[in-house]
Design a protein around this ligand. Structure first.
Ligand code: TRP
Ligand code: SF4
Length: 513
């Protein structure tokens, strides 16, 4: 999650989301429409005992999270991973991500937390000395929040050789033009910054390299969505085989496939022998197609069918070679049961449904040293508003509460925060406050109320109903914040004594500044 100062929204005029931008989004709806992020509300009913950040709508979007939920529900393996750039002290915005990861760990997931030190060094110019200090602070706060290091894994990008090697392999699948389009990189972008992107791709797929293919969720702010999209693409590009439906030796585009499927279904109405409808016969039928079919797809499918002439139209499952070495393809051909027809770069299977074909292709890929990666899923949380209004920024101490802040100082920051209240107590009683525009209400909802939904709702309703005034409301929040930090810091101290039990080094000892 980025929290730097920058005048811009992360969604710039060109419609590019900037992971190194300001850490603010003005319009979450645009993310659904423009980028295809799905509303979280749609999957919420199927989440087993949802986290309070899910219940309260703080987690607002996802990609393919249903895949992870299905695994959770079936007690099958799944993973969660997120990363933290050690550019400053961890604050309550990062606490959200700690909580999300820990929740997935308690749901039975294999959970990974990483320190993005290479990214901090290359994209933010942080010195290794500062990075070491902050890396330790992140790890301590993650542990103090409840992460179980024995059940999960913590690492630094810079010392994880497996991640580096995976990044190198993945880098083969991506080129500069793509990074340019996704991130707005240009001729001035330094090479290490690009390498940090590839490292993040490796982070995201690392759980599957360690433990085998499985659904993986990446909890992040929406500014990280370009990374998620690229990781999903790269995962697909490394796959050995693709599996599709086919009806004849020719290749149909997905839109055309729908047309051909309809033509196949209607075969008894036009074929001389309904057991062997000919491609050309289907083409003739398409001269006068059903109106619900896409006209352009009808036109191109009709042409292809016509060219195929007398070839029978016959449903089959097609396994295509994508990134597979020859030996793997040979092995696959041999392993296909029943009737099959072998071509240069695909094999048509007549006695194998799509799911069985996918399983077979996956097995052969793994047997031959492929990754078998599933495209990773993601969930997105809203950014917290700064206590001074505007953005929460690591470089403006009054705007955020660091998890290392002295509890009394933090309480003072809460007391001094901007609110959604009215000019006078009288007006507040009359009109009610504006909890939806209030950073103090956010503190309750995101952190202070914790599992206590009743508290969050009471604050909201009393505020909106004019029964709650900002003075006492802030005093209550300040007390809760003080107590929260006292407890958090006590746990940090306990973990600080035991850090050497962990397999993580806080002395980088690297060349460079
Ligand atoms: N780029 C992330 C940030 O700016 C940090 C990060 C590195 C990360 N690797 C990751 C986040 C993998 C999620 C998954 O904070
Ligand atoms: Fe915010 Fe509390 Fe004031 Fe409402 S009463 S506006 S929640 S500080």
């Amino acid at each position: 999650m980025t929290t730097d100062d920058d005048a811009r929204d992360d969604l710039d005029a060109a419609g590019v989301l900037d992971p190194w931008g300001s850490g603010s989004i003005d319009d979450y709806r645009e993310l659904f429409e423009q980028f295809g992020i799905e509303p979280f509300a749609e999957v919420l009913p199927t989440v087993p005992s949802p986290h309070f950040l899910m219940r309260r709508g703080v987690i607002f979007g996802h990609r393919n999270y249903d895949r992870v939920l299905r695994a959770m529900d079936a007690n099958e393996p799944f993973a969660a991973l997120s990363g933290f750039m050690p550019t400053g002290e961890p604050h309550i915005g990062h606490k959200m991500v700690f909580d999300e990861l820990i929740w997935h760990q308690r749901q039975g997931g294999s959970v990974y937390g990483l320190v993005a030190d290479l990214e901090a060094h290359s994209a933010r110019g942080m010195s290794w000395e500062a990075i070491d200090t902050y890396a330790r602070d992140y790890v301590l706060s993650f542990l103090a929040s409840g992460f179980d290091p024995e059940a999960g894994e913590l690492y630094r990008q810079s010392t994880n050789r497996t991640v580096q090697d995976l990044g190198f392999e993945l880098g083969i699948q991506a080129n500069f033009s793509e990074l340019q389009a996704l991130y707005g990189f240009d001729g001035e972008t330094d090479v290490s910054h690009m390498q940090s992107v590839i490292t993040q791709m490796a982070d995201i797929l690392y759980p599957q390299l360690r433990e085998g293919p499985m659904p993986t969720v990446i909890p992040v702010g929406p500014d990280q969505d370009p990374h998620v999209r690229l990781a999903r693409d790269l995962a697909a590009r490394t796959r050995y085989f693709g599996v599709t439906q086919a009806y004849a030796s020719v290749e149909f585009e997905p839109a055309e496939l729908a047309v051909v499927a309809a033509a196949y279904e209607a075969r008894s109405s036009y074929a001389t022998d309904p057991d062997r409808p000919r491609c050309a016969e289907a083409a003739t039928w398409l001269d006068d197609p059903p109106t619900d079919l896409d006209t352009r797809a009808v036109e191109s499918a009709r042409r292809k069918l016509d060219n195929a002439g007398k070839e029978p139209l016959r449903p089959r499952t097609r396994i295509l070679v994508r990134n597979a070495p020859e030996a793997a393809f040979d092995h696959l051909i041999e392993a296909v049961p029943g009737e099959k027809r072998v071509f240069d770069a695909h094999v048509d299977c007549f006695d194998l449904d799509r799911e069985a074909a996918r399983n077979l292709a996956d097995r052969v890929e793994l047997d031959h040293g492929g990754f078998g990666f599933e495209p990773p899923s993601s969930i997105y949380h809203q950014f917290m508003t700064g206590l001074t209004g505007g953005k929460m920024s690591s470089s403006v101490p009054a705007s955020h509460i660091s998890l290392l802040d002295d509890p009394d100082v933090a309480a003072e920051k809460v007391e001094a925060a901007t609110t959604g209240g009215r000019e006078t107590a009288e007006r507040q009683r009359e009109l009610g406050g504006r909890p939806d525009e209030c950073p103090v209400y956010e503190l309750y909802a995101y952190v202070l109320a914790g599992e206590d939904d009743e508290l969050a709702e009471t604050v909201y309703e009393e505020c909106a109903g004019g029964e709650r005034l900002c003075g006492p409301c802030k005093a209550q929040a300040a007390d809760l914040m003080r107590a929260f930090l006292e407890e958090h810091q006590a746990k940090r101290d306990e973990w600080a004594e035991r850090l050497d039990e962990l397999d993580i080094d806080f002395e980088a000892d690297r060349p460079g500044r």
